[in-house]
Design a protein. Structure first.
Length: 342
């Protein structure tokens, strides 16, 4: 299915996830941490949407919010035609088989007191009515799919390597034949030599089962390999969304430009000639974001309007979106790029 004919499997509109801050003797509500602050995106059926950004920008919270692991603050989430935005957690149980998650740390996400067979079989126990033989047969099928030896079925998580533990997590996520999987930095805790194996496995499984991924990562090189489209997140907001090749060839938003300039070039000669964008200052607190554009305190192309008015997330070209005043028709000039060094 091509991108032109694919329909959205996941539709997110105006998603907000704010965590309240309480202080004082009486624990009064004094503010909110705006971890995810009004993001909108579609994830097309069968594609991999990469979500990238600095640590602490809200990527993982966004992924968990889309799956309604949190009760969201505001916005709408439609998955496979069902609006799950305001469904209570008990009623969500029936929707869980359609949407699953692969967690970042395979060591922390697996119960150390359960065997591999019990871990993979737990979703089957919760949502399916299978005989003992059917259950074991399904567990073996899943182990085969992710490349685990059937003889390991009665071993415990501590007896496996990091890559094998992540394969267990993937098998568990596949147990109920989901359509949509959020991959929350699934390779971040693995050795570099194992990362490519796990990513290749995810790609093979996507082709085999027709899966749709939201792939969260800070590894821009890996995102370039696996993603169909890429969304760039900064301080709770998506600042740019574009097809992978277009974004890497010609990033529009100043933050995306700075982010990609930090990716090392394998060719030493080309690396020596590259210009690196060095951002000054620290990322603002999500509990007290700046007025106007969230990136205005660090942007090398900042204008006066950036400090006063929040930019609109708008379509620049077919399929390319960005939230930046540089692309407003009323603002055709920018101040000197102070703070940029090569």
């Amino acid at each position: 299915m091509t991108e032109a004919t694919a329909k959205p499997l996941v539709q997110v509109r105006g998603l907000k996830m704010h965590f309240p801050i309480h202080a004082g003797l009486f624990q009064r509500h004094v503010g909110d941490v705006k971890a995810v602050d009004d993001i909108s995106l579609d994830i097309l059926e069968g594609e991999t949407l990469g979500l990238v950004g600095e640590s602490g920008c809200g990527k993982s919270t966004a992924g968990r919010s889309v799956l309604r692991l949190y009760d969201i603050t505001d916005g709408s989430i439609i998955i496979d035609g069902t609006d799950i935005s305001s469904v209570d957690q008990d009623s969500l149980r029936g929707f869980r088989p359609r949407m699953q998650m692969i967690f970042q740390d395979p060591q922390a996400s697996l119960n150390p007191r359960m065997t591999l067979a019990d871990i993979i079989g737990e979703p089957l126990d919760e949502h399916e009515r299978l005989s003992k033989g059917q259950r074991l047969g399904r567990i073996y099928e899943l182990m085969d799919a992710v490349g685990l030896n059937r003889e390991f079925a009665n071993r415990y998580p501590h007896e496996f390597s990091g890559g094998q533990r992540q394969r267990i997590g993937i098998a568990r996520a596949l147990a109920l034949n989901p359509k949509f999987i959020v991959c929350d930095e699934p390779i971040a805790a693995l050795d570099v030599s194992i990362q490519a194996q796990v990513v290749n496995l995810l790609e093979d499984l996507q082709k085999q089962f027709g899966l749709t991924y939201l792939f969260i990562s800070h590894d821009l090189s890996m995102i370039r390999h696996i993603a169909t489209r890429v969304a760039v997140m900064y301080l709770g907001k998506i600042v740019e969304l574009a097809p992978r090749d277009a974004l890497y060839a010609e990033p529009k938003h100043p933050y995306t430009q700075a982010l990609l300039s930090a990716v090392p070039e394998p060719d030493p000669a080309r690396e020596a000639d590259r210009k690196h964008i060095i951002l000054t200052g620290d990322v603002p607190s999500p509990s007290n974001p700046p007025d106007g554009c969230n990136f205005c305190t660090r942007c090398p192309k900042v204008m006066d309007i950036c400090r006063r008015i929040e930019p609109v997330f708008q379509e620049l070209d077919p399929g390319r979106y960005a939230a930046c005043h540089l692309f407003d028709t009323k603002n055709t000039t920018a101040e000197p790029t102070a703070g940029t060094r090569t």
